[in-house]
Each structure stands twice: as structure tokens, then as C-alpha cells.
Design a protein around this ligand. Structure first.
Ligand code: SAH
Length: 210
């Protein structure tokens, strides 16, 4: 899977994508992540953003610079183009699974400030995607959220220790050693059922705790 990210803040991705499972997926070439910075096409002494038509407080990212960055992207045939927006279609596991299966290339367009001139979305035929009902300052976190959740659906990205939670009984309440944790004069025990060896009871407990 090739992820192509259009962003004016590529450094924002550096540390997260290097670590742990996603870092390993990049090193193992299970996924590839490339950056395209509209700033590279900004004329000297001009700004990357401009005032919005009809007024308003925020600045709008200029369309030509994003289109120039977009036109540099080389992909195979199975391409998905995503534009981030708090009012877009809500991203979820089903979307991640489907994307991992269907595409070889995913283009992620991250905005900032008041957003990108709407003609970019039109011209590139991008789909608006939201990662939740809140407004962030930029589309970089949403891009990382998609890369993370889509990548873990790609065969071989998760090792056997991290196998897909969606395919087994998992719980948000998990324990490791010690069996009795002593903390500030109190004892905190692991729930007895988890020590019982009775897998039917354990699965039932996990489902209740979901
Ligand atoms: N003026 C816009 C919000 C811009 S927020 C509006 O009213 O809809 C700036 C950028 O952050 C957006 O272009 C988008 O890339 C990103 N963003 C903010 N919140 C987001 C969310 N919940 N999901 C996906 N992207 C988001």
C-alpha cells in the first residue's frame, strides 16, 4: 500500500510513523509513505494562504499550490483520494478494511487554518472524510489515524502478538503480572475469572467488559 500525503507540515509525521508497528511496516516495505508539500510550489514572497471570499476570520489555502503537489503524485490504477474535513463521512473500521483490500494507493489531503479552497476537492474528485465530531487545527492527525488503522488491516503488518482485535474476543480491560498489585498500602487483584483457565467464562467476561 502506498500512502501519498499532501501537507504543508510533513515534519509533523516524523516521530509517529517511525515507531513500533507502523515503523516496522515501513521498514518491511509493507507500506510506503510519501509526502508532497504545496509549500514547494509557493512563489517567492507570496503566501500559501489567502483571505476568504465573502469575509471571515480564517485564511484559506491557495488551490494552485495543492493542485501542483497533487499532479506530482504517481500511482497505480486502484487509487482512493481523500480530503479531510470535520463534516465529511465518518471514518470507521469497515472503511479501513475495505480500503486495505481495494486500493494500492491512497492520497490523503491535509488542510490547515480555515481549510483548502474547495475547488481542489472538486478537481481531484476527493471524498470528504472526518475522523470524528470535533474540529482539529489540521489534517495531519487524521492522516496518521487513517494510515495507522488501514495499515493494521494489511496482511503481515500485525505480528501474531498483536493480531487483529476485530477478529477475536478482546477487551478494553486487560491485566498483566503481578497477580496482586500492592500500591500505597492497598492490594489490587486481577479478576479471578482470568486465572480460571475456563475459556468460555473468560470470553463471556471479556464481552461484558467491552
Ligand atoms: N473551516 C472548516 C474547518 C477547518 S479545520 C470547517 O468549518 O469545516 C482545518 C483542517 O483540519 C481541515 O481542512 C481538515 O483537514 C482538518 N480537520 C479538522 N477537524 C477534522 C476532523 N474532525 N476530521 C478530519 N479532518 C479534520
Amino acid at each position: 500500500m502506498n500512502f501519498h500525503i499532501i501537507t504543508i507540515f510533513p515534519e509533523a509525521f516524523d516521530s509517529y510513523l517511525k515507531e513500533s508497528i507502523i515503523g516496522r511496516a515501513v521498514r518491511d516495505k509493507k507500506i510506503k509513505i510519501k509526502f508532497y508539500n504545496p509549500m514547494d510550489y509557493c512563489e517567492p514572497k507570496r503566501r500559501i494562504d489567502d483571505r476568504p471570499y465573502a469575509g471571515g476570520p480564517g485564511m484559506v489555502l491557495r488551490p494552485e499550490l495543492f493542485l501542483k503537489a497533487f499532479s506530482k503524485i504517481k500511482t497505480g490504477k486502484k487509487v482512493k483520494i481523500i480530503n479531510f474535513s470535520p463534516s465529511g463521512k465518518k471514518f470507521d473500521t469497515a472503511y479501513a478494511k475495505n480500503s486495505a483490500k481495494k486500493y494500492t494507493d491512497i492520497i490523503l489531503i491535509s488542510g490547515r487554518y480555515e481549510g483548502i479552497d474547495a475547488r481542489v476537492k472538486k478537481i481531484t474528485k476527493a471524498e470528504d472524510i472526518s475522523i470524528g465530531d470535533y474540529v482539529l487545527t489540521g489534517g495531519e492527525l487524521p492522516a496518521m489515524v487513517l494510515i495507522d488503522s488501514i495499515s493494521r488491516q494489511i496482511p503481515g503488518v500485525l505480528g501474531k502478538y498483536e493480531s487483529l482485535e476485530e477478529e477475536r474476543v478482546s477487551s478494553s480491560e486487560v491485566y498483566t503480572r503481578p497477580e496482586v498489585l500492592k500500591w500505597k498500602g492497598k492490594n489490587y487483584r486481577v479478576p479471578k475469572v482470568l486465572l480460571s483457565g475456563n475459556h468460555k467464562l473468560i470470553d463471556e467476561w471479556k464481552k461484558r467488559k467491552k
